[in-house]
Design a binder for this molecule. Sequence first.
Ligand code: SF4
Length: 382
Amino acid sequence: MSDFSNRLLEWYYSNRRILPWREDPTPYHVWLSEIMLQQTRVEAVKGYYARFLDTLPDVAALANASEDTCLKLWEGLGYYSRVRNLQKAAQEVMERCGGELPGTADELKKLPGIGPYTAAAIASIAFGERIPAIDGNLLRIYARLELYEESIRTPAAQKKAAQYFAEQMPERTAARNPLCEDGKGNTDGKGETTSAEGNGGINSNPCGDFNQALMDLGNAVCLPGSTPSCDRCPVADFCRIHKECPGKEVSLPFIPAAKEKKTELLTVFMIRSGDRTAVRKRAARGLLAGLYEFPNATGHLDDKEALAWLRKNQVEPVRIRKIVEAEHIFTHKKWIMQGYEVITDPFAENSIPFIMAGQDEITGKYCIPSAFSAYLDWLKAQ
Ligand code: SF4
């Protein structure tokens, strides 16, 4: 094993984060956590992870759940295509693979929603495959270690980082893991816990640990956006930017300026009749597909235009007033929303072409994406 991985793994075994999915890294647990962690902070994921597993404890339960159950369990995490793909993949695993996730990155990549990074993370952590899981963290660390000054947002950078870490990665069964020696357990590459008694203190999954060590290094030491803690870094001796340009570590990686996000204006209608409020289901395709929302129109409508839109949708208001404005940022676009509260005549409620739902149903049954959270909060405060 290289000096690089020796030092990295040694550091990892004394500093690793204790995370729920690391305590019992079955393929299903690793897969679920990796999908949840895409674009979401670790702290935010913990509660969702526990709740999801309580309701859907294994691949079979996920495959057989209703779409609304899955969406509700995901509510607030955003990027709902992740949970849709998770379920599609679970159904495929049941049909095609007898309920067991395939054990290599190449096979995992064939499943919906599993890209190269996620496939490598699952394959290494749950099955012990020797493959680096290249994400933004590893690209940043690579750029600093190798003084890579080009953009890291290119396939060429990905390839170079993958080669670099693949060369440093230990063989499948080479590292000592003190966690085994003191009886705290280790994984055997199949998600089963083993102990020092079983393997003489030898870590049976150094490749998974190597990837997780780099994840933790990126999280706690080689930080993005602020000066990295090079004085605490286990691989500082191998780091070119630290040795050749001390004090300039934060200048890498080079990330080209992002394109400005497209802005869309929306008018959101909180149409209320008694204690019920109108919601509707979004289209089955496109942004936030199949989720529920408060009815809304494109553009910022003035009072007259708002009234015309409502009448066109068979809503006859008794009272209408402007309420909160809100903003929501997606990956590629931004919504700027203005709201109206619309009180309708309860006797005319039946003609409204939307679902009229009580607050309990809106919070407990219909999955309203966080893009509308300002309006959900407004409703709860009424
Ligand atoms: S020495 Fe500093 S810049 Fe280099 S890998 Fe370690 S923390 Fe990152």
